[in-house]
Write a protein that binds this ligand. Sequence first.
Ligand SMILES: Nc1ncnc2c1ncn2[C@@H]1O[C@H](COP(=O)(O)OP(=O)(O)OP(=O)(O)O)[C@@H](O)[C@H]1O
Length: 250
Amino acid sequence: MKTILDVRNLYKSFKDTKVLSDINFKVYEGEFIAIMGQSGSGKSTLLYSISGMDRPNSGNVLLYGQDISSLDDEKMSEVRLKQMGFIFQHSYLLKNLSIRDNIVLPGFKSGTLSREQVNQNADALMVKTGIVSVADHDIKNVSGGQLQRASICRALINQPDILFGDEPTGSLNSSTTKEVMDIINNVNREGTTVIIVTHDAKVAARADRVIFLMDGNIHDELNLGKYDRGEKKKSSREERLSEWLEKQGF
Ligand SMILES: Nc1ncnc2c1ncn2[C@@H]1O[C@H](COP(=O)(O)OP(=O)(O)OP(=O)(O)O)[C@@H](O)[C@H]1O
């Protein structure tokens, strides 16, 4: 298995407050990782530190062997734009633009694909995520679930190697959560590595591996194996996770 991300001795503090220390883990190409832990354990800080949205104080983050923790801001922005996609609890789509315009924008900005290819990718992504019918709607005139699907399309427009999500279903109801997670599982099945932070055990149960953070350290991890939508024993996957989470005191 090829390593896509190699996190070594990562340390992060805010002023004198230590938030993360001794963080070491590898992510393999095509994996789906969920990061869990109590509120304040450092999950978002970890996600931001490994995705170049923030910088660790020390340690290294290697993306396909290249140390991205030492890149200057301009190079880091380029890596983020071309190799990474991001989704958050709230969509952060631009107001007064249509769903389609929001999706194509990072594609035009990156300049790797022609405008025509970007438009084609956007169409294909909107078909996959079921939002073609609202492509030309202003973002004010769509549902929360449609907004999150559009955020996923925008995150995938440059065909990133890794999709990062910080509580991507945090503001969705349970049926929309399921639909959005089906999309994320499909994206992962097609080869994109996925790393998300979540509080929701049902969401984390769709990951291959769950990492549990406690007080800024990796306390434990659980291998669940690949999620299969047609799986008969889906509940046993959730049960394994919930027993394990109980052991972590979650
Ligand atoms: N920019 C910042 N400046 C100062 N302290 C910060 C900053 N960002 C996070 N922290 C602190 O770092 C700690 C970890 O925060 P973080 O948001 O990573 O935790 P979390 O596990 O994601 O929490 P939650 O589940 O509540 O979102 C907290 O004590 C938080 O107050």
